[in-house]
Design a protein around this ligand. Sequence first.
Ligand code: OKP
Ligand code: ZN
Length: 342
Amino acid sequence: MLTIYSADHQLHHGQCELIDGQLLPCFEKPERADIILARLETRQLGPILPAQEYGLAPIARVHDQGLLDFLRSAWSRWAALDQPGDLLPYTWPTRVLGQQKPASVHGQFGYYSFDAGVPITAGTWQAVYSSAQVALTAQQHIMAGEKAAFALCRPPGHHAAADQIGGYCYLNNAAIAAQAFLDQGYRKVAILDVDYHHGNGTQGIFYDRQDVLFVSIHGDPAAEYPFFLGYADETGVGAGEGYNLNLPLPAGSGWQQWGAALERGCQRISDYQPDVLIVSLGVDTYEDDPISCFRLTNADYLTMGQRIAALQLPTLFVMEGGYAVEAIGINTVNVLEGFEGR
Ligand code: OKP
Ligand code: ZN
């Protein structure tokens, strides 16, 4: 299988995040992608190609222009204030506050985000822009007839909404690729999100549409991030009613529960008869993941890839989460190898 990779991801390296009452080094760190790349090379999965540039237009098909302007300019505005740390939001327009866009960089960050998991550093814009180009390049290879491709995106994207970022995500790479397929003539796209966390951003972007089916298997949001979306009764709205399928599972779920949910999700995708499948591939469902609570094993990822291959669809894998860095290469590449029947 073809992989698309850009070293620009290394330009984004946040210092710290607030987790369980502690300021800890960011879990979403550059070595995640480096380790996956090394495993792809060890296993000789296929060619690893650089990203091509498709510019801002396909990104602006999904994201709000105000958010893009903010992301592009935020670091220089922050650097001008000569502060020591990364730029982080700390005030959000919640229920008791107004919804206007303030002038200050901190106020605007609150306006364009929903949590504090999105540090902006000097290289963040270039890294997130390139991550989207990685997804778009892989998408172009599928348009050109490739059966499958792996977009080794970093930073991830599935929590990013049209105009609000959060959860380590800035630009929604999977959604940008889905929209590009539609803009280039495909009629129906299915997105299967297997990351441990609900893909609230992707769900929101396509919630009122039937040209994108969104299926997600994730930790029950009653107990797990992102808490405020991902429930089973969120089935879509208007024309999109029936085109959103959430399959939340309790903490501690292993392959027995997870595999059954995958079966349900795959059935729905088959019924939908999409032109192409996008897999939001997070491997934070792993038993040793430091911030998640499912119990998938190394071997389960091979089985996952096999079941996805049985859908017999052109398939674009887009990298999302996974924080057990010692195993992230094995688990990610196991999905791809299972898919290829190796
Ligand atoms: C991004 B992706 C756990 C805090 C988790 C944010 C998680 C973002 C995950 N106590 N905070 O879906 O892998
Ligand atoms: Zn995740």
